[in-house]
Design a protein around this ligand. Sequence first.
Ligand code: SF4
Length: 743
Amino acid sequence: MSIKMTRRKFLQTTSLAAASIPLAKVVSAETGFAPNKFTAPGSAVATETVTGGVCEMCFWRCNVVGKVRDKKLVKLEGNPKGIDNGTAICARGNAGIKLLYDPDRLKYPMKNIGERGNPKWKRITWEEALDECATKLKAVETKYGAHGIAMFPHGASAKYPMEYLENVIGTHNVSEASFFQCRGLRDTGYMATFGTPPGENVDMANAKVIFLVGDHLGENVHVSHLKRYLKGLENGAKLVVLDPRYSASAAKSDIWVQIKPGTDTAFMLAVMNYLLEKDKYDKKFVGERCVGFEKFKKGISHASLDWAAKICDVPVEQIQEVADLLAANAPNVSIHPGRHVSWHGNDFQRMRAQGCLTALLGAIGVPGGFVKPKGPKVKGIGWPKGEHSGEHNLRLMADKHHYSPPGTPTDLIREACLTGKPYPIKACVIWGQNPMQTIPNQQKTIDALKQMDFVMCVDVMPTDITMYADILLPEASYLERYDYIKTGTQWNFADPHQQFIAPRMPLVEAMFERKDQVWITNELATRMGYADKIPVKSLEEKIDKELATVNLSLEQIRKEDGIHLQPGKDPYGVAEDFEVLLYNEDLEDSGYPGVPTYIPVEETPKGFARLVYGRSPVHTFNRSQNNVWLNHEMPVNPVWVNDDVANKLGLQDGDEVSLVNSEGVVSSATSIIKSTPGIRKDTIYIAHGYGSRNPMMTAGFKKGIDDQELITKLAVDPETGCHGMRNNFVKIVKNGKTLDISA
Ligand code: SF4
């Protein structure tokens, strides 16, 4: 089948199409999403439908079914029984087949007989690979202690080995990119305000106003989340978007605030101060639920509209317009908590400001507001927790980042690797994460890895980090294994209340010598002398035992077409003991602002523009970089540059360019110019996660510019230790000539 034919069919099934044609044409009033289930002619003929799939082309994990012919998966669809994504899946979910059968996938255990970073691979047996991993990890554990081992995990499959390292071996040095380079500070920022992490839980489907701070829904696609958003817009919700760029969301907005990057907190402080001054806040909610109102009011009293307008580089009238719109529609307002929020190193304060604004509007527990769905609770079965002290916890030893998410801030681990202080870290386990393209300052990561006695990687695909492994192990993909029990509720909170439980079950058997995480970890544990701690013999047993905690079994789930449904609970309302800390005394006691505070970011140096990045709807980093269908849709990540700036520089759409940052790092690959009025003159934008430098990725190799390569300057959020990653400045390089950007 030619790619061209496939592409046309492919687009018809995806949200990419939904994002590019008028809303009314793609959204059904009943479901809020594509009205007709598309079946590509011929592709699903003479197939058997296998249920129980849970997508993991991104973290959202939609329920899917597979169309299988001759033991081969030929098509993926949303599970029609589902009450979350239903029959809809996105472009990436649809293209999961191309990940499954990607000829570049890891197939056998391999040993690096070259150098780290410049590997030469030799195929070895599982026995040899596991013996070597266990011997080397044990040697480090014996010589340096458990804390001599670090781990960088990502995804559902990394949880079991992560628990092994933390609970049984006893290292604290585990750093998840999904926390320290993504959403961790959102969770702890909201916890310091609401006492609970927010997830992406806002009831957009029933909102009168949706307020997005940098979120670009439509480019950032998670199916049921997008259904809520589109349903809200279809119902007439007003959309306010703060973004320096005319994103897919800005394009649908009623008010687009083309804000200067890094200043969103100042904007929200001014909105809140205005609401207080004009008596436009929810006095009942604040009186009953909020703590520290007077201190809060005083603490933000400097934030006039004029003050914020200058900082944010937006008109005073626009800030007032947004504040009035929010107040007029309160409490049915969705202030979206965001997902990837590690931007400028001042982000914890922004999260606090968002939480406080939500509270001033009384937009908690009401239709359209911050609403936490009440899904079923399934108990996990895992490794027993050992008696490990906090003695070697780098964060406690440094006595900082007191509002860190779980794990250890990445830079504390990297610094210990590089300096040997307060102790050496000499072995590294990397499981499903690609720290080269998630953690800023790649050279520091390379130096940290090069001083290790041992590095092992487990992954589905070769990535930029697997080039640094000594032993590289091939993992079964999410379509070939059990694991992860997805739970939740109906996607629209206003619909009849239901809950679902849907464990991931394999749609096809794993090919070649790929193994799942329980098998690999148990084999390692046995060789390292911890066989007596092994909690389950297989992944299937683990899931079955977890299901038993809610009186279910895999057998029962199979009978129920992959998804168990049961009556749900009303998600609206607020718990009796729920309170909002507008002023947080503990924060102040730890040396941080007790009231949300704007911390200025570095000004853009003359001749440069600030580099910002975001998502593409056809790309989720490792899992999609080498996917030929997705690659075909957006092979490189265009460099968005303001058209006035482009004209002055003599740049035109499609010109091939590279980028150089203010520290002299030049991108190793090139991309193309997108000249547009839809971006500020002081800002350059590219989609994240392109430009792999691993030649084993034959489709994704050096396609587009790797934003992470240019993020060399570090900004660490003081409360959390999370990385801010929009603090680097770039110039454009064309035909070897570096062009000064004058905004
Ligand atoms: S949003 Fe798309 S990629 Fe993410 S889990 Fe759902 S179908 Fe898969």
